[in-house]
Write a protein that binds this ligand. Structure first.
Ligand SMILES: [Zn+2]
Length: 478
């Protein structure tokens, strides 16, 4: 028995009520029909293949669904529903390796041969069935059944059909196969079947020698998982400049494999950790609620930062923050920013969202832009060859938006970007300053998120591994 909150909107309550009634009165076969096929199709008897258990080494991560009742701002009333909505895997039969197995399960008939056909240009389901030897009458009846499960008008050239004497199989949606089977008693019928999926969990740790990419590759990390890892960590870490020999990485990801074909159909990074000369970073995926999807440290601080450390891509750090002999004046002076050498015209992006304070000529800085991000943080960009046309004092910018282009204007010896981060109007070292996180997870989801963190921890512990990355204390957003 599930107690769910629903409201008084009839248009919404009615279908649920009808569905619930159908479910109770007619049982699974009829309810399934109302779930997956179009209205007006007469219910057909469907034999259910035995469910295959899904192999999973991980504890199921919690995936709470947003309560649809919350979308309406009318006082909710509590009513008891006879049954909760069944998951697709509980109502659909499981797809089989061969077409013959499904035909046997549905009709009891043994077939000896099945063959794969590919849809040719200009061909429809009718012509492919005729090509496989179906009579005109069988083709028409089979198509009529198939149309209850899928629109057959726009099928992709090269789409695979497995065809045998008493039925055929195709797929228009990943994870679901459509079987059209001739039942000796009832004629042609259509069945949706779920392709079985196995989920594996990988937890991988490694020591970085020269590049994290090479270390991850050596450790056998999946490419897609690695790219997601770099994207998540990239907010906090500059992989080109900050990672040193002996630093360690760790990550955990799910691999979903189609059990019938063996193909990998999905990679999902769940946890990303990095130990950086003693500093430790760890981020967890959260996708339990539509409005809070993202990456957070174990306290629920977003992995995304309000500012990007390197607001230019493909550049080389040519001069660091600190005291140095100025290349033009020759005096020893404090260098209050960092210089990135890059070809003239390389786009420069806004390090964070904010409002442009200044955009124009500023003495030895040449063409210069300064952006106010909030009451504490500003960033400045100097020696630009050009300022983007829409950028002027007072204009609003988004993080990552192109604001100008590398040049050598003002007092400069060659094309480069001079970049400053200012905290309360004082320049700080952009490479080492601890940047504030963008936001915190909505407190409503904090408990769910913490559960997810615990599951990752449990998974790591079960492997006898010591997880090393924990969240850094980060300054809160000013
Ligand atoms: Zn500089």
């Amino acid at each position: 028995m599930t107690n769910i909150r629903i409201n008084k909107i009839y248009s919404w309550v009615k279908p649920i009520a009808i569905f619930a009634a159908t479910w109770v009165v007619a049982g699974p076969a009829l309810a399934l029909d109302s779930l997956v096929s179009e209205a007006g199709v007469k219910p057909m008897p469907v034999a259910f293949a035995p469910m295959q258990p899904v192999f999973q080494t991980a504890p199921a991560l919690p995936k709470s669904r947003p309560d649809p009742a919350l979308a309406y701002d009318i006082q909710p009333v509590d009513i008891a529903m006879p049954h909760s909505k069944p998951a697709l895997k509980d109502v659909l039969p499981t797809s089989t390796a061969t077409l013959a197995e499904m035909i046997k399960a549905q009709t009891g008939l043994e077939i000896s041969a099945e063959a794969d056909y590919k849809l040719r240009a200009g061909e429809g389901v009718g012509s492919i069935l005729r090509r496989a030897g179906y009579s005109a009458a069988d083709t028409a009846a089979a198509i009529e059944a198939a149309q209850t499960k899928a629109s057959l008008r726009r099928l992709q050239i090269g789409m695979k059909f497995t065809i045998a004497e008493h039925g055929f199989r195709f797929s228009v949606k990943p994870g679901i196969d459509i079987y059209i089977v001739r039942n000796p008693e009832f004629g042609w019928l259509a069945i949706n079947a779920l392709r079985p999926v196995e989920t594996y969990v990988a937890f991988i740790q490694g020591v970085i020698d020269d590049s994290i990419y090479r270390a991850a590759k050596q450790a056998g990390v999946n490419e897609a998982a690695f790219h997601e890892y770099v994207r998540v960590m990239g907010f906090s870490v500059d992989f080109q400049r900050e990672v040193r020999r002996g630093d360690q990485f760790e990550m955990m990801y799910d691999t979903q494999r189609d059990s019938l074909s063996g193909d990998i159909i999905g990679i999902k990074l769940q946890y990303a950790g990095l130990s950086l000369s003693g500093d430790q970073l760890g981020f967890y995926r959260f996708d339990g609620a539509e409005n809070a999807i993202g990456w957070y440290d174990e306290n629920g601080n977003s992995a995304a930062r309000t500012l990007i450390r390197t607001p230019i891509s493909g550049a080389r750090l040519s001069s660091n923050f600190g005291s140095r002999k100025h290349p033009v004046s020759g005096y020893n002076a404090m260098h209050k920013g960092v210089d990135f050498a890059a070809p003239r015209g390389t786009p420069i992006i806004a390090a964070g969202a904010g409002v442009v304070r200044q955009a124009g000529w500023k003495g030895s800085f040449g063409r210069y832009i300064r952006i106010k991000h909030n009451s504490t943080y500003d960033t400045a960009y100097a020696h630009l060859s050009r300022i983007a046309p829409h950028i002027a004092a007072g204009s609003r910018v988004k993080q990552g938006e192109i604001i100008g282009y590398v040049g050598s204007t003002g007092r400069s010896t060659g094309p480069h970007l001079h970049y400053e981060i200012l905290v309360n109007n004082r320049q700080v070292n952009p490479m080492t300053v601890r940047l504030p996180t963008g936001k915190q997870i909505d407190p409503v989801h904090l408990d769910d998120f913490k559960k997810q963190v615990q599951m990752v921890e449990a998974e790591v512990l079960a492997r006898g591994t010591q997880r090393f990355a924990t969240a850094l204390p980060t300054p809160s957003t000013p």
